[in-house]
Design a protein around this ligand. Sequence first.
Ligand code: SAH
Ligand code: SF4
Ligand code: F3S
Length: 453
Amino acid sequence: MMEKGNKSLGSLTGLDKKYLYVQTIGCQMNVHDSEQIVALMEKEGYVCTKNVNQADLIILNTCSIREKAAQKVNSQLGRFRRLKEKNENLIIGVGGCLAQQMGERLITKVPDLDLVFGTHNIHQLPELIVEIERTGRKIVETTVHESTQSIGLLALPPIGRVTAFVTIMQGCNNFCAYCVVPYLRGREESRDIDDILHEISNLSDQGVKEITLLGQNVNSYARKRSGESGFVDLLHEIEKIEGIERIRFTTSHPKDISESLIASFAEMKKLCKHIHLPVQSGSDRILALMNRGYTRSEYLAKIEKLRKSCPDISITSDVIVGFPGETDGDFQETIDMMNEIRFDSLFSFKYSEREGTAALNMSGKVTEPLKLERLRVLQSLQEEHTLEKNRAMVGRQEKILVEGLSKNCREDVMGRTSTNKIVNFGGSIELVGEIVPVFIKEAYLHSLRGEML
Ligand code: SAH
Ligand code: SF4
Ligand code: F3S
């Protein structure tokens, strides 16, 4: 193993500042994991920087969901390793799903790396860094801990933030045929309810008004312990926490949405009127090949019940085009279903082959140009639907939780409707954290414009 210049631990006590640069690729889970990494390392005396050239420690939190995400990791690592020429004490660590998947192989491929750590090893990060500083050795730590002790490290978001993520479960048991997540995040494990409530109370004390509960499949929260109602019970407990005004959650699996959750949208005051319900395809044949566990008509029936319970609910989804065996007819069924449902917005992806998944060996590969063409058709249809949904908001009065200043204009503030649509309107920073009535005046593809009443 290569030796590197030893660093004195004294520098961690703040005598000379150490800078941490964190970059995240991937989903909200990774974004939240990165927040935890920052909070953990700040406790050790590190200061976050946005300037990578200044960094003493670089952490790249990676994703492996599609080939494109993996490629992005490669190009970033190429950039970071060149910084070692200027700073020989620089430590580069790679965490997250791609790190979990590749382990040792990542160090072989990119020898300038100092640390590879997995999705269950974030809490070990401070000790791993100290070990590298002390010995100069490279470390690979991707042990999967089935317990949930590694999540919810009580890392609070920065002061002034009014929204926060809270992990309620880790892992996934669903093994959809295309997906690597169950292999990288381990088996489904729900976090203890008291730990979750304690974390949310702390967040509320710090001024957080809206929380988003995170899990690959939140609807099966605590199923092993409390049957169907585990997730809804949790929502009711959270609703009692003073100071928390809004509750969101992601992601839901259509097969696990219970009647009591559907009813909750009508009954619970703090539960936001939005559900992200990935459908993936409108063809029963493809859904079965994907191992999704529901049919098109079962999905449609859930949508109907949701809209009956809560007519204003916004529904968003994910779709994959070009799954092995997808014919023009299958694709048309997806398009027909979109026309029938009219999602508020939709994330759509070209099927990407992933190592270790069941779909890898399926026949009927769809060519790249055909996948692209299907994606184009689907996305332009969705743009019409999104605009139509947003335009329907014009003339309405909405309650907006103000999150901060607008990106483009410092005289405007930005917030969201309960249905998760972004609204910009004139206002100043003092409004952050307030829920204010706003009249919606204009609608665009990605946001709305309003005026405070
Ligand atoms: N657990 C969540 C999200 C998983 S990843 C859920 O089940 O809904 C987010 C989205 O990425 C998925 O919904 C799916 O649409 C897409 N995705 C996952 N694996 C993919 C692959 N191999 N190729 C293309 N898209 C994929
Ligand atoms: Fe992947 Fe399916 Fe689990 Fe979602 S439910 S993480 S798509 S295996
Ligand atoms: Fe998320 Fe990517 Fe992992 S989508 S769970 S970071 S593979």
